[in-house]
Ligand binder design. Structure first.
Ligand SMILES: [Zn+2]
Length: 167
C-alpha cells in the first residue's frame, strides 16, 4: 500500500472518530435539554391526537384535576391519567426519564445496557431497570399493540424539533 494511502486512511479514521464524538456530545445535549413539561405535552398530543376521549364512555370533555394530575370525564366522572393504559402506567418513573430511555433505545441500534438504563431511569435496582426495558422493547417491537407508542418510537427528530422550539 503506498504511503499516501495509509495516511489518508488514518486521516479519515480520525475524522470519523471526531464526528462520532460530536454526535455523542450532541445527543447528550439533546437528552439533557428534554424537559418534563415538553414530554408530558408531547405524550398528550400523541395519545389524544384527535382530542381527548373518555376510555369509559367516549365523551370528549373533561375537567383537569391539576393536583392529582387526572382527567375527570364531564359525562361519567371516570378519572384517567395521561399514562393509564400505556406501558408508563403505575410507574413512579417520570415520563421524562422514559422518553430519555426510549430515545436512547431508538438511537442505539446495537442496544442499551441495563447499567445505562439504570443511569437514565435513575433507579438503583437492576431487576426493575430490566423489567422496564423489557416493557419498552416489547412495545417497540409490537406496533399493533394497544400501547400508544408508535409515535414515540419514531419521535427522534420530530420530538427534538418540537422540544427545541420550547426552549
Ligand atoms: Zn366518560
Amino acid at each position: 500500500m503506498p504511503q499516501w494511502d495509509k495516511s489518508s486512511t488514518k486521516r479519515s479514521t480520525a475524522v470519523s472518530r471526531l464526528k462520532l464524538q460530536d454526535f455523542e456530545a450532541f445527543r447528550e445535549q439533546q437528552l439533557k435539554a428534554m424537559t418534563c413539561q415538553a414530554c408530558v405535552e408531547d405524550f398528550a398530543e400523541q395519545r389524544w391526537a384527535l382530542g381527548f376521549k373518555c376510555s369509559a364512555c367516549g365523551h370528549d370533555e373533561f375537567w383537569f384535576l391539576a393536583r392529582r394530575r387526572l382527567l375527570d370525564c364531564k359525562a361519567c366522572r371516570h378519572q384517567t391519567s395521561l399514562t393509564s393504559g400505556t406501558i408508563f402506567d403505575k410507574t413512579c418513573t417520570l415520563l421524562l426519564k422514559w422518553y430519555r430511555l426510549i430515545y436512547r433505545m431508538a438511537m442505539d441500534k446495537v442496544g442499551v445496557s441495563i447499567a445505562e438504563m439504570q443511569r437514565i431511569l435513575e433507579i438503583g435496582s437492576y431487576r426493575t431497570a430490566w423489567s422496564r426495558a423489557h416493557k419498552v422493547r416489547k412495545a417497540m417491537g409490537d406496533r399493533d399493540a394497544r400501547y400508544h407508542l408508535a409515535g414515540l418510537v419514531e419521535m427522534d427528530e420530530s420530538f427534538f424539533g418540537q422540544n427545541s422550539r420550547l426552549e
